[in-house]
Design a protein around this ligand. Sequence first.
Ligand code: KG4
Ligand code: ZN
Length: 326
Amino acid sequence: MHVLGIETSCDETSAAVVTNGKTIRSNIVVSSLSQHKKYGGVIPEIASRRQLQYINDVLHCALDEAKIPLSRINSIAVTSHPGLIGSLLVGLSFSKAIAAALNKPLIEVDHIKAHLYANFLRTKDENHKTPQLPAVGLVVSGGHTSLFHVKNVNTFKLIGQTRDDAVGEAYDKVGRILDLGYPGGPIIDKLAQQKRKSDISFTCAPLTDTLDFSFSGIKTAVLYYKNDHAPLSKDTKAKISFSFQKSVVSILVKKAIAACLKMKTQTLLVGGGVAANSDLRKQLNQAALKHDISVHFPPMSLCIDNAAMIAGLGFHAEQRRTRKNA
Ligand code: KG4
Ligand code: ZN
């Protein structure tokens, strides 16, 4: 069964063809990021206008690369939420039109859950190990920081989330405070790697006895530090990046492992843009090993927003719908 996926929730325009919820035939992602950089964040109006412009070509690229014509597509999966409303509307309207024209089912997919599903997709990596379920899922992106109990691919229960900023948002805001450029996440990750220790220290609110997170305090602490010490040298920015990242990663690792212990699961799925973070990967792998937990990160290409994860999760939603109607 071939599912066409369409993703337009933020600044990416993506189309993908995935077979049986697993094998990626194509996954085309075009970003308008370069056009937002000078504003220090995504401008919704620019994002949706670019998506309108790109989406038809992106679809045809995905079908060509998959060597599967539209007539052989069995259903269409599209990101329905959450996201920028104008951007979501481009993908949703486009997908509804294709589904109506082909007389095929349209499946609406939750973007956050799809980030975790990225771990079940197979690219050309032959050694891909399919994660065992139930699992705990940690979603770390520009818009969300959530912990889920994933009973099966159709059943996700929210067990923790940020009470204010998302972790990627905190990275991007700190990037802006330090004048590092947008998005701040990958730049801070790189800068932090220049240091092994730092005499400047920042800490995240621990929020004990809960699986919730808070990242707005640490971002404000960085702002106050800058206001008191400006202008900041390159070396100081690296020290701040190191300390900020250390604290953020440590709280993510602590809560993710606590969630696995609480839910008594030996599988941890990670997804979202911040899953590309080098220190998070390293620290989570080490902590998971200690607790005999198997931790899964999607390949880098599937950490960012992409339509393959939408098509993959959409396949299972469609299977469930047909089973129910049988
Ligand atoms: O999942 P995503 O592509 O978009 C949303 O759905 O929000 O995530 C984008 C976020 C940005 O905030 C970006 O700064 C962050 O992921 N990011 C990183 C890294 N690469 C991307 N954050 C920390 N370290 C990285 N290496
Ligand atoms: Zn995302």
